[in-house]
Design a protein around this ligand. Structure first.
Ligand SMILES: NC(=O)c1ccc[n+]([C@@H]2O[C@H](COP(=O)([O-])OP(=O)(O)OC[C@H]3O[C@@H](n4cnc5c(N)ncnc54)[C@H](OP(=O)(O)O)[C@@H]3O)[C@@H](O)[C@H]2O)c1
Length: 313
């Protein structure tokens, strides 16, 4: 595969609704002004896949940047792939469609390429995204199951404004039974994944069923020490003349998944898009890294690891 083919690689969705560009840009950016500039820069650098969420509280800015960037660059809506996510406080089936509509409205889009259940954890239903009791404990909702929410997600596909559905922050143990019971199978699963958390069993499960395995934190959330400073990764980077970030992103695509990265400057957006195919022995060396580290506990609790509680965004 040439470098250009790798950068433009797209993964077919299992319901035939389209293709997801493997290189995705994530909008988990607390600052509204930075959301605007970083999203624009990502579009200019070549990214065509954008990941949003009602929980990020910046769908308006992400949508605005995409609209302006597409108009300036002559990019049609069909050329970009946009995802957003249903938050935990909207898991009750009757809240799913209104939440979907509200996201479309904030993004000012006519349709979404992908809508994900953000986490399998249902919080107390309502407009408070972070419901807590007096002692600060999260208020979960035991009155709704993940399958109840999934059934409501399935019915979103009926009018064409939601092209595909999937899940995020889910383990294989939770995904496998849901997959069996689903009338419409998930098209994508978004989870933390990098060489310190390869999630190989989940990747294989997804590949066998045509589900896109979509890695978030492919750079380990930028943490240092972390995968960006791993000696195996830095040695390969020096050998192939790419940056450690480019090595990590190429590995994520070449193993058959898609990814989401969040460069915040134009220079980093270019760097993160301009990946090059790694030789097989480099992929093998990364696969042999034995360090295991989960950086985001959202998969255990449904509480985001990266948004300060009570923060303004
Ligand atoms: N489903 C979920 O629960 C969930 C959870 C987390 C994230 N996500 C999604 O996944 C997206 C990506 O996650 P992420 O932000 O952790 O991705 P990431 O790309 O692994 O990490 C971003 C961090 O890496 C740094 N960085 C970016 N490009 C770099 C480069 N070329 N060299 C060195 N450092 C670099 C950034 O630093 P600077 O800020 O200094 O540029 C930032 O600190 C999010 O935006 C969101 O859409 C989903």
């Amino acid at each position: 595969m040439t470098d250009s083919e790798l950068r433009r690689k797209r993964l077919a969705l299992n319901n035939g609704s389209g293709h997801m560009p493997a290189l995705g840009f994530g909008t988990l950016i607390p600052d509204a002004a930075v959301t605007l500039t970083a999203t624009r820069d990502a579009l200019e650098a070549g990214f065509r896949h954008f990941d949003c969420a009602e929980r990020y509280r910046n769908e308006r800015e992400a949508g605005e940047a995409l609209r302006a960037g597409c108009a300036t660059g002559g990019i049609a809506r069909e050329e970009i792939f946009v995802t957003t996510k249903l938050w935990n406080s909207n898991h009750r089936p009757e809240r799913v469609k209104p939440a979907f509509e509200a996201s479309l409205d904030r993004l000012r889009l006519d349709y979404l390429d992908l809508y994900l259940i953000h986490t399998p954890f249902a919080f107390q239903p309502g407009d408070e995204q972070d419901p807590r009791d007096a002692d600060g404990n999260v208020l979960y909702d035991n009155g709704v199951t993940l399958l109840d929410t999934w059934r409501a997600m399935e019915s979103l596909l009926e009018d064409g404004r939601c092209r595909a559905i999937g899940l995020s922050d889910i383990t294989l143990v939770e995904l496998a039974p849901l997959y069996e019971l689903a009338r419409i199978k998930p098209s994508a699963v978004q989870v933390e994944s990098h060489p310190y958390l390869p999630e190989t069993d989940l990747l294989e499960f997804c590949k066998e069923r045509g589900i896109v395995f979509l890695a978030f934190a492919p750079l380990g959330h930028g943490s240092r020490p972390g995968p960006l400073e791993d000696p195996v990764v830095t040695e390969i980077a020096a050998r192939v003349g790419k940056s450690p970030a480019q090595v990590l992103l190429a590995w994520a695509v070449q193993r058959g998944g898609a990814l989401l990265t969040t460069p915040k400057s134009a220079a980093r957006a270019k760097e993160n898009f301009n990946i090059s195919a790694l030789p097989e022995d480099a992929l093998d060396s990364i696969n042999r890294i034995e360090i295991r580290e989960r950086l985001n506990n959202v998969v255990m609790t449904g509480v985001p690891g990266f948004i300060a509680r009570g923060g303004s965004r």
